[in-house]
Design a protein around this ligand. Structure first.
Ligand code: UDP
Length: 247
């Protein structure tokens, strides 16, 4: 089966990397990955490798940017020049500016911003290797970094994309599928409230496809959510063991 003249699903119904349509890539999440940030996390999702670092809540500079009733959340998503096959210019691209905004908006509903007026929470995301779905993997990592920074949150946020090729919905698109497929739908959810905090769609999807895509995304997001909680537990259990063994 062909999509845009590239075979994305073979006769056995398998994808270019051997996955079934509703199969996500293997992932790994590490909380507290960096020592110099207030909170941090690392995620690997297939070939994606992404680090998220959080600072704050801290004083806003310049001061006139401070909001009297809530914290300001800032997000900076950057791709390293070596993160993609064709060297990316180190300058800030329009895409990076857009993704920074989209990621911030997906995370903000989870943060109790009203508890920290006049402060700023900074989220820095560095993509070390990219292979499709970096915005969603960044959201998953950044929400662990926020929790690791001790920022009070309603819940974690986890995200995944669902796409389409040859009229088949594909969970968690890789780079080739993203490039040659017929559509891409990044979705972020706060699992405890079953609240969608990001929903984008590039391509044409029928209403039934959107419903099915949401179902596929939700299942994957619950797996990522378990991985996020495990990562946080691992870090704090390790600290507890260190404290106990030093006593
Ligand atoms: N990509 C690339 N060069 C770039 C930007 C993106 O090769 O300058 C690749 C990268 O693998 C990325 C994919 O294209 O993951 C899809 O990018 P998109 O803008 O759809 O965002 P994403 O799927 O990463 O959230």
């Amino acid at each position: 089966m062909r999509s845009n003249n590239v075979v994305l699903i073979n006769e056995e119904g398998l994808r270019v990397d051997g996955r079934r349509p509703n199969e996500m890539r293997p992932f790994k999440i590490i909380a507290g990955y960096l020592s110099n940030a207030d909170g941090s996390a690392y995620i690997e999702l297939g070939r994606n490798k992404i680090v998220a670092a959080v600072y704050g809540p801290r004083e806003v500079h310049p001061k006139y940017l401070a909001l009297p009733h809530r914290a300001t959340v800032r997000c900076r998503y950057s791709m390293a020049p070596f993160s993609v096959e064709e060297r990316k210019s180190p300058g800030r691209s329009r895409r990076e500016i857009e993704l920074s905004k989209v990621i911030r908006e997906a995370l903000e509903p989870a943060i109790f911003v009203e508890e920290y007026p006049r402060t700023v929470i900074d989220i820095f995301i560095q993509v070390l290797e990219a292979d499709g779905g970096t915005r969603t993997a960044s959201i998953t990592a950044a929400s662990v970094a926020l929790a690791d920074a001790g920022i009070p949150m309603r819940d974690l946020v986890a995200a995944i994309a669902v796409g389409k090729a040859s009229d088949t919905l594909l969970l968690d698109l890789n780079g080739i599928e993203d490039q040659y497929g017929d559509g891409d739908m990044p979705i972020a959810i706060m699992p405890r409230y079953n609240l969608v905090t990001l929903f984008q769609a590039d391509g044409i999807f029928a209403p039934e496809e959107i419903e099915e895509a949401l179902k596929m995304a939700r299942e994957a997001i619950y797996k990522l959510y378990e991985g996020q909680k495990e990562a946080l537990k691992r870090k704090y259990l390790k600290i507890r063991e260190e404290v106990l063994s030093s006593e």
